[in-house]
Design a protein around this ligand. Structure first.
Ligand code: G4P
Length: 289
């Protein structure tokens, strides 16, 4: 299919500047930065400035929504990041799988040196303070809720810490700085924008829904034909995006007068089902790309 344009999307420089400032101002208060990303798009859901913004602080990547991604590929991503010297774990905040691995990675890898230094100074049991960041929709709130349990215990005010800053307990030893501000992904890159739109991380109304659905169908036909077969009883071989969307609409009986397919309805249905994880466990990025 010809590269149909995903309308030019803005980078929200104002929001980003505010968040950048907030991260910079608060970095000295934390021991580590936890970045939540989407396991289906580990690169596209990372903020490209994160490494630079948090330079000098130990960092832990959490590949969330593991249940929606292709397991083998998620494991390859974890190895990929670890080979680059970046600690990474995967998680499913819906069920809570991976929470223990997170705590263990934070204590035994990312903050191991700090914990040992504190131990040597007799400061056993001091809280580990983290900043949790992530672009919208990666599951940051779900992660915080999971980690903090039903009661989101706030930590009492501390000297030197202004009242606008809130510390939330995540488990017994970890305290999280609840920071205002939204971290935007870098979606002025068409490919990145497309993947963020597939997962629902950016709004539909800035994109042409049928084009998006055709692109997703082409990707699925190439990489996950069995999922199309299983969910929609579709044989996708040899079909382009337009043909795939028409076939999908036909399979679902989405017809308009004259027997034509209502491709808009089919597109909305496909994206809704994909975002709800009904299409299968699908990764949209592989480490070698
Ligand atoms: P955010 O703070 O980063 O913006 O994300 P939030 O926690 O609000 O999560 C965004 C959506 O992703 C929510 O779905 C949430 O339930 C879902 N989600 C978060 N973590 C996981 C996960 O590990 N696996 C799966 N499958 N889904 C996850 P929603 O449809 O917006 O709301 P609802 O389904 O919770 O009602």
């Amino acid at each position: 299919m010809a590269e149909t344009e995903i309308k030019s999307i803005q980078w929200f420089p104002g929001h980003m500047a505010k968040t950048r400032r907030s991260i910079k101002e608060n970095l000295s208060l934390v021991d580590a930065v936890v970045e939540i990303i989407d396991a289906r798009i580990p690169l596209s859901s990372q903020n490209p400035e994160m490494g630079r913004m948090t330079a000098g602080k130990p960092r832990l990547l959490v590949l969330n929504k593991r249940d929606m991604a292709d397991n083998n590929i998620t494991d390859r991503w974890i190895s990929y990041f670890r080979k680059k010297g970046i600690a990474a774990v995967s998680m499913d905040c819906k069920s809570g799988k991976g929470l223990k691995a997170f705590t263990s990675a934070l204590e035994n890898q990312v903050l191991k040196d700090l914990i040992e230094t504190r131990k040597a100074k007799g400061m056993v049991g001091a809280p580990l303070r983290v900043m949790v960041v992530g672009i919208p929709n990666v599951g940051k709130s779900s992660f915080i809720n999971r980690m903090s349990g039903s009661k989101k215990a706030k930590v009492e005010d501390r000297p030197g810490v202004t009242r606008t800053k809130q510390w939330v307990k995540l488990g017994d030893r970890i305290e999280m700085l609840d920071m205002p501000g939204v971290l935007w992904p870098k979606f002025d890159d068409q490919l990145v924008a497309r993947k963020l739109a597939f997962t629902g991380a950016i709004r539909d109304d800035i994109l042409d829904i049928e084009t998006l659905a055709m692109l997703l169908l082409e990707y699925l036909a190439e990489n996950y034909p069995a999922c199309l077969k299983e969910r929609y009883k579709m044989d996708s071989e040899g079909l382009d995006g337009k043909e795939l969307l028409e076939l999908l609409g036909r399979k679902r009986g989405m017809l308009i007068s004259g027997g034509e397919v209502n491709t808009e309805r089919a597109a909305i249905m496909l994206l809704d089902e994909f975002r709800a994880g009904k299409t299968g466990c699908i990764s949209l990025e592989k480490p070698e790309e």
